[in-house]
Design a protein around this ligand. Structure first.
Ligand SMILES: Cc1ncc(COP(=O)(O)O)c(C=O)c1O
Length: 397
């Protein structure tokens, strides 16, 4: 019914991932498996709604009608059994701007903000740009039955909170390592936050991209109304609409929410535009079947890509994601420093991957690969890299 195998030509659309690749990586003709968007068409219902809206030739200031919030609430109810009240929802341009707004709203220059590295780089950038202090609580990498996986260092988190950290930026599911946090882990985070008065910003932008058999639990469904918690959600990753730039922050504590709104008001941002709002409603109202089909497709991409890498890239160990379209690759056995690793994937393999070091020091020796592309392209890229580059690597090139 939905054809994810059919390649969509994205070149010459000003795509950052495709058209920005040569500038970013210093070479043309690479297979771009970096930026976290997908090479698939958005759900047909979204495309149709946007085309219809575009046909109306006036693109004026647009109000947020009731259905914008209710389409999100109904989605959260159906997928996560979570029904936030409309008054708890604040629309925001993107999740990264919301991280900045939240850090600005709840901390002062010099205050400590906890990030759990390796993590999405804008977490660190927001803290640094605003003159707050980054408190790193690195995730713990474990090996069980030959498989690599990450866990949260809850003791480390508590220690930083005890030492006076003001805020935690939680990534759930976690980019880049693909963890979907368990209920006991999330409950422990809430206990620590309450005990030490930490504000928690839960970035749940990848919440819908969780593989069949895994269960994403929104932190808010475990929290009480007066917990100092904000949750960011968006249709952008879920339905491949990140260019439309609209997200939401959900916070039930009135004072917490007021402070967040206050920062956004200062930016003079008017919520949404004709296209972001149209895409949002079409996606949340009519995108469920498309998403379910996508997740099945992505699961096979994940499993086939991991198997191919184990077989064809000796020395590289994939960390199987439970959620997100991203696969984290342990390349440490290749014995290269980060610059050499990046150069090698670009110039020997012809692949544009995200260097792990961008996600913080624990990402040293890792790379991140985006699985959301037609399977044939993905597996061909892995195969070609294995055939062309790995033999030469074995010979010491
Ligand atoms: C964890 C996380 N948060 C936020 C974003 C980007 O959010 P936005 O485009 O809404 O600013 C990404 C994009 O990859 C992400 O992985």
């Amino acid at each position: 019914m939905f054809d994810f195998d059919c390649p969509v030509e994205r070149r010459h659309t000003d795509s950052e991932k495709w058209d920005g690749c040569a500038t970013r990586f210093g070479r043309s003709g690479l297979v771009p498996l970096w930026v976290a968007d997908m090479d698939f068409s958005a759900p047909p219902a979204v495309v149709q709604a946007l085309v219809e809206r575009a046909r109306h030739p006036v693109y004026g200031y647009t109000m947020v009608n009731d259905d914008v919030l209710h389409s999100l609430i109904d989605w959260l109810q159906a997928r996560f059994d979570w029904q936030p009240a409309p008054r708890h929802i604040v629309l925001a341009p993107g999740v990264v701007p919301s991280i900045h707004a939240a850090v600005q709203a709840y901390t002062l220059p010099g205050d400590g903000v906890i990030v759990q590295t390796p993590v999405y780089a804008p977490f660190m950038q927001a803290v640094r740009t605003l003159g707050r202090s980054i408190l790193e609580n690195p995730l713990i990498l474990r090996e069980t039955a030959g498989r690599l996986h990450y866990e949260m260092d809850l003791a480390g988190l508590e220690q930083l909170a005890r030492q006076g950290a003001r805020m935690l930026l939680l990534c759930s599911p976690h980019n880049p390592v693909g963890r979907v946090w368990r209920e006991d882990e999330l409950r422990d985070v809430l206990v620590i936050a309450r005990r030490y008065g930490l504000v928690v910003f839960a970035d749940e932008i990848h919440a819908d991209l969780v593989y069949p058999g895994e269960r994403q639990i929104p932190l808010a469904t475990l929290a009480s109304e007066d917990d100092q918690l904000l949750t960011a959600v968006a249709p952008s990753k879920t339905f491949n609409l990140p260019g439309l730039g609209l997200s939401a922050v959900i916070a039930s504590d009135p004072l917490l929410q007021e402070k967040f709104r206050h920062v956004l008001t200062g930016w003079h941002w008017s919520a949404g535009n004709p296209f972001s709002l149209t895409g949002w409603m079409a996606a949340y109202r009519h995108g469920a079947a498309w998403l379910d089909a996508l997740l099945v497709y992505l699961q096979r991409n994940r499993d086939d890509a991991a198997a191919a890498i184990v077989e064809q890239w000796p020395g590289v160990r994939p960390v199987l994601p439970q959620g997100t379209v991203l696969m984290w690759l342990d390349c440490r056995q290749l014995g290269m420093d980060d610059a050499a690793l990046q150069h090698w994937f670009v110039h020997h393999c012809g692949l544009a991957l995200s260097p792990g070091i961008l996600f913080g020091a624990p990402g040293r020796g890792f790379m991140r690969l985006n699985l959301a592309t037609p399977r044939q392209r993905l597996l061909q890229a892995i195969e070609q890299c294995g055939r062309v580059a790995f033999p030469s690597f074995r010979q010491g090139c």
